[in-house]
Design a protein around this ligand. Structure first.
Ligand code: AMP
Length: 225
C-alpha cells in the first residue's frame, strides 16, 4: 500500500551523530523538508526575538531550551505550506514532553510518526566530531577539520563561498554538556518509539556516504508501507 499522508521522520541521536548532514541528504533524495529546532533557535537568537533572547544562554551552556519555547517555534514552522511534502525532524523531540506534544499534534491531523531513526554512535567520538565542525557562511554546507575538508582549501565545494563559520556551542566543553543532556532527557525517547512500533536503529559510526545509504534504504522502506 502506498502511504497517503506525508511522512514524519524523526532523527534521534547525540550531538555530532550526523543528524543535520543526513537530514539534508534525505531532503534532497526524497523531497522532504528538514526541520531542525536547533537551526530555528539559532535563527531566533540571530534575529533577537523574545524566544531567541530566552534561549541564547541556555544553548551556549549546552542545555535544553524549555519545551514551551521549542514547541512554539516548531508549531510556527509547521504552519508553513511546504511541510505537506513530509518532514524530517532533526533535533526534535528531545524530551518526553516534546514527544507527547508531537504525538498529540499529529493525532489532531490524523497522522502519526512514520519512523524514529536512532543514529547509534560512541560518545567520545562525538566530542571529536563536534569540536572540529564548521559550515559555509553562505550556503550552510557542513565541513569538518578532520573528516570532511573542502576539495580546495578555503573554498566551499557547493557554492564557492570563502567565508566559514563555527557554532558557538561546538567546543569540547559544551559538547560534553550536550551529551549529558542527550543521555538524561533524549535517549529515553528510544523506548517511547520502540513501544509505538516505529523505532529503527542505524550504526552511525561509518562514513557519511555509508550512513546515507543505510538511512536511504530505511526511509524508502518505511515510506512505502
Ligand atoms: P542542535 O542544533 O540540534 O544541536 O541544537 C543546538 C542547541 O539548541 C541544543 O544544545 C539546545 O540548547 C537547543 N535545542 C535544539 N533543539 C532543541 C529541542 N528540541 N529542545 C530543547 N532544546 C533544543
Amino acid at each position: 500500500m502506498v502511504q497517503t499522508s506525508p511522512a514524519v521522520l524523526i532523527l534521534l541521536g547525540p550531538p555530532g551523530a550526523g543528524k543535520g548532514t543526513q537530514a539534508r541528504m534525505l531532503e534532497e533524495q526524497f523531497g522532504l523538508i528538514q526541520l531542525s529546532t536547533g537551526d530555528l533557535l539559532r535563527a531566533a537568537v540571530a534575529a533577537g526575538t523574545a524566544a531567541g533572547k530566552a534561549a541564547k544562554a541556555v544553548m551556549e551552556a549546552g542545555q535544553l531550551v524549555s519545551d514551551e519555547i521549542v514547541l512554539a517555534i516548531l508549531k510556527e514552522r509547521l504552519a508553513q505550506p511546504d511541510v505537506t511534502a513530509g518532514v524530517i525532524l532533526d533535533g526534535f523531540p528531545r524530551t518526553d514532553g516534546q514527544a507527547s506534544a508531537l504525538d498529540a499534534l499529529l493525532a489532531d491531523a490524523g497522522q502519526k510518526v512514520t519512523a524514529a531513526i536512532s543514529l547509534e554512535v560512541d560518545d567520545e567520538a562525538m566530542v571529536a566530531r563536534v569540536s572540529g565542525r564548521y559550515t559555509c557562511a553562505k550556503c550552510g554546507e557542513g565541513y569538518h577539520e578532520e573528516f570532511k575538508l573542502p576539495a580546495t582549501a578555503g573554498v566551499c565545494d557547493k557554492c564557492g563561498g570563502t567565508e566559514f563559520k563555527r557554532r558557538a556551542d561546538d567546543n569540547a566543553e559544551t559538547a560534553r554538556e550536550r551529551l549529558k543532556a542527550y543521555h538524561a532527557q533524549t535517549a529515553p525517547l528510544i523506548a517511547h518509539y520502540a513501544k509505538a512500533g516505529v523505532l529503527e536503529r542505524i550504526d552511525a559510526m561509518g562514513s557519511i556516504d555509508d550512513i546515507a545509504s543505510g538511512l536511504g534504504r530505511i526511509v524508502a522502506r518505511v515510506s512505502a508501507t
